[in-house]
Design a protein around this ligand. Structure first.
Ligand code: NDP
Length: 451
């Protein structure tokens, strides 16, 4: 049987574009459909604009620090319009790069929505049908709104990059990556920032000591982190939004942003009719090779809700191409993934938290928390954390947790050692780079806790 294409990819985000490009480079005839902008969540409304906003927000503190170092400079006002214009020009540039990657590799792209008509047929929004030997779904995810009166007055992380003007006050709801990162960004940009989290501590699932320090430092820097608190109801009051909280607080905010989780984009793709199974959250269920119950259909990235990170989606896309187009069955590796949360201060982490490791086996905990030289000299009281979780039996480092400026950069490198199975003694054998913050990772002598 002959098909129009060897591969049809639905979704032009990080995972889909990578799979399309690499398959095409292998000589496959490839098409890709994207209903929105190329580059997906990461490039258009996620990691990239978020990180640029983190950079923008960090300059406020830098001016004061520079004064402490003898510079005669005065802080000025942040100009949202100037920044926003540059930000969106940069995103346009990056989208162009993504489109060119496809074009230059001979991938045919369709700027419209696509869904599955049968196991080998994709139907485009204009009614055109295309057949393909393999179909890859890489449609990502979207923010979910909580179900409460007035929730429609809030925005999500999708809209935060398009604000007409910077609000004077904002309420951020949620305690995950997105909520905690944007609390830091808004606070740094001079917005009076409140964060509601329904649980006992933000960043659930990460090492307790690390997330405790992030939360404490966020409060120190001015974010009003309200734990054990959620929104009960909201309504419009003049130009503002009136919010009633579960603890009885009533407050007015200029903006309310929900960062209360994300949901897989698996609706109206024709999946159920084909017998493709979905999980409880609507995620596409796949095997270790990203294959669905329909052998010609694969899925990667956030729509499968495995580990929702851009570099993981890219790895899943590469493993798919390796398996299907290179005859080399390859499972994406979801073990020991380093990750950074761009809170202020940043957290970098790989492996098990102290709590999870202790459940698994007897451990030693090495940790040090101190005031780093650069900030201490500037008169700041902020602390950083360097922490290793070590297996008593194998001496392997099971987890590494860093809370510090630049923790994302540090964990990428420490992550190589941990991924290689380095022991505490391997860390100890490594000479310290002095004076740095991360040298503490190789100079911690005695465990602070065992058991
Ligand atoms: P998360 O799932 O990480 O966090 C959702 C948060 O919202 C949790 O704190 C959750 O609370 C809370 N929540 C859920 N439902 C409600 C509700 N009805 N009312 C109040 N609070 C609620 O989602 P995010 O949206 O923050 O991020 C999505 C994913 O995107 C992350 O898991 C991550 O994989 C990825 N990401 C990665 C980044 C990075 O690498 N730096 C940056 C941003 C996103 P509870 O804990 O109680 O469930």
């Amino acid at each position: 049987m002959s098909f129009d294409y060897d591969l049809f990819v639905i979704g032009g985000g990080s995972g889909g574009v990578r799979a399309a490009r690499v398959a095409a480079a292998e000589g496959a005839k490839v098409a890709l459909a994207e209903e929105d902008r190329y580059g997906g969540t990461c490039v258009i409304r996620g990691c990239v604009p978020k990180k640029l906003m983190v950079f923008a927000s960090e300059y406020s503190g830098m001016v004061e620090d520079a004064q402490s170092y003898g510079w005669d400079i005065q802080p000025g006002a942040f100009n949202w319009d100037a920044f926003k214009g540059k930000l969106h020009a940069e995103l346009d540039r990056l989208e162009g790069i993504y489109r060119n990657i496809l074009k230059n590799n001979g991938v045919e792209s369709f700027d419209q929505r696509a869904k599955l008509a049968d196991a080998h047929t994709v139907e485009l929004a204009d009614g055109t049908k295309k057949t393909a030997k393999h179909i890859l779904i890489a449609t990502g995810g979207r923010p979910v709104w909580p179900d409460l009166p007035g929730a429609e007055l809030g925005i999500s992380s999708n809209e935060i990059f398009h604000l007409e003007k910077l609000p004077e006050s904002i309420l951020i709801v949620g305690g995950g990556y997105i909520a905690s990162e944007f609390a830091g960004i808004m606070n740094g940009l001079g917005v009076k920032t409140t964060q509601y989290y329904r649980g006992a501590q933000i960043l659930r699932g990460f090492d307790d000591e690390a997330r405790g320090l992030v939360s404490e430092e966020m409060c120190q820097r001015g974010v009003d982190v309200k734990l054990g608190t959620n929104v009960l109801e909201m309504r419009k009051e003049g130009d503002k939004i009136w919010v009633k909280a579960t603890n009885g607080d009533e407050q007015l905010f200029d903006k309310v942003m929900f960062a209360t989780g994300r949901s897989p984009n698996s609706d109206n793709l024709g999946l159920e009719a084909l017998g493709i199974e979905l999980g409880r959250k609507g995620e596409i269920l796949v095997d270790d090779y990203s294959q669905t119950k329909v052998p010609s259909v694969y899925a990667i990235g956030d729509v499968t809700d495995r580990v929702n990170l851009t570099p993981v989606a890219i790895r899943e896309g590469m493993a798919f191409v390796e398996t299907v187009f290179k005859g080399n069955p390859t499972k994406p590796d979801h073990e020991l993934i380093p990750t950074a949360i761009f809170t202020q201060p940043e957290m970098g982490t790989i492996g098990l938290s102290e709590e999870d490791a202790r459940e698994q086996e007897p451990i030693e905990v090495y940790a040090t928390s101190f005031k780093p030289m650069q900030q201490a000299f500037a008169g700041r009281s902020e602390r950083v954390l360097m922490k290793l979780i070590v297996s008593q039996a194998t001496r392997k480092v099971l987890g590494c947790h860093i809370v510090a400026p630049g923790a994302g950069e540090m964990i990428q490198l420490a992550g190589i050692a941990v991924k290689m199975g380095a022991t505490k003694e391997d860390f100890d054998r490594t000479v310290a780079v002095h004076p740095t913050m991360s040298e503490e990772l190789v100079t911690m002598k005695a465990p602070v806790r065992t058991g």
